[in-house]
Design a protein around this ligand. Sequence first.
Ligand SMILES: [Zn+2]
Length: 422
Amino acid sequence: MNLKNISLALLLILFSSTAFTQEKTLKVRPDAFPPVEEYGDTKALQMANTVDEMANWDRYPTYETYLQMMQQWTEKFPTLCHIDTIGTSVQGRLILSMYIQVQTFDEMYRPEFFYTSTMHGDELTGFVMMLRLIDTLLNGYGNNQQYTDLINRTRISINPLSNPDGTYRSGNNTVQGSVRYNANNVDLNRNFPDPFGTAPLNPQQVETAAMIEYAQNHNFRLSANLHGGSEVMNYPWDSYTSAEQPHPHRDWWIEVCKRFVDTSRNYSNSHFRDASNSGYIAGGDWYVIPNGRQDYMNYYHNCLEMTMEVSTVKKLSSNQLPEYWRFLQHSLVNYIGEIHSLPNGTNTISDIVKPTLRVLPNPTRDRILIDSETSEPVLIFDMRGHCVIERPAGTRLIDLQSLPCGIYILRCGTSTAKVVRQ
Ligand SMILES: [Zn+2]
């Protein structure tokens, strides 16, 4: 290599490092890594011990209050809703959904929509947003034209809390000790079958199995699962970057995300800005993650599901809940209506080509999972071309903590992948 070529190579390395630095300015995706537990001002998490104390929607319900709220809606609106029991958590708490539909002879022809929140038990904002959405839709039927039309045309299922053991980790009367995981300390958003066929690291949890069964027993065409820790609309895929495998309806997703973000910014211009300026992002372009719920629904059920990160703070102060409702309310309602203008060809979402080599998660702080169609030794090279790790054929899991942060090239047989160690 002459001097000119060496300079060119250095320039290329410098360029890729610069590009990486720019990528790093993105906020770390809260769903990418097990987070550091947040110890905020826990006094700010006011609890409602009775249904009446939820009147101003500025508290979190105790577990009992939550159950009573669900029960009271079915008593007040018996012809408009019923409770579906999706399943039971590890510790025996109920995973419930409010199923809203008008009962007429043609109800089976209405498309089914699904909202589900707080599969990460400490991401609390969506829990209360979903409760308030149920209340708003039910009370709005017959009084508000938009809500009435929406319910007349759609079957709507809303699951406010899909990981109750995580939310009530410190007991049924407080959410202060809420955690991301279920009672077995498993991240439920890494526990679903993956489009790439990657097996989850942990056995399937009862909460996951219940959700899979619920999806199998319905024909949801559009859904969203709500999270916290950032404010961004995260559309599929999470398992692939859009360069590897764009979602077949990416253009539609972008339009839907724009409408959601624009509407919310009409009510408060400061939101949906921490992860991307646009307020939306393809999940895999943020960080690739395996075994998430969103991709499972898209790939295995041909249901268009996205991940809504709705508040930068996971355990949002309860007195801020009304403000978040004010800017999210219209977007959340309008998103349900998107089910009536789905793109053509949603039955073929799963007809995708799988890359021959995948590394997950990427970027990574420690371990990577390797998915390769070939069984060959795994070699990892640094940017100077030195082999820094060598593992035998069939290796799936490698810990990169011994390596300095930076960019590496992983090779398995003839396939290569860029790996970023953070
Ligand atoms: Zn989450």
